[in-house]
Design a protein around this ligand. Sequence first.
Ligand code: FES
Length: 162
Amino acid sequence: MDNEGITKEADLVRVNAIVSEYSQQKWALIPLLQKIQGEFGYIPPQSISLIAGSLGLFPSQVQGVISFYTQLYTHPRGRKVVRVCRGTACHVRGGKTILKLVKQRLDLEEGETSPDFEYTLETVACIGVCALAPNIVVSDHVHGHMNPKKVEQLFRNREGRE
Ligand code: FES
């Protein structure tokens, strides 16, 4: 997978095959987008006009739906998505420091993906387990009561930056 989105012929062939399954079924836009994202890990921007054309929609309509749903992405993401909670409970219990340490360890800023596509770093408002604050989520697994040592242990395979 590369940062330029879908550039390989094999990928375009695969997108075409998926799109043809849903052709002319306007109701199927979201399932189709989910299927393409399931295949590639994101929705290649170059596939948007193809999707729109097959469903009789404008590319701007497809783009609008992708923008509306926060679970749909038009850029490659890491195999592990790290979400650091910035909610109030986590914030007052040191969440800001945890975020800083995770950034250093992964050498990523919010919204970035590592060049090896191992990690994507995001922040979230509250993940609903405030009693365990401060929290981070790695690949949908909650890690509560975070502290500097736990950050180091969780990401010990990364060298990070000073
Ligand atoms: S504020 Fe972090 S889990 Fe609620």
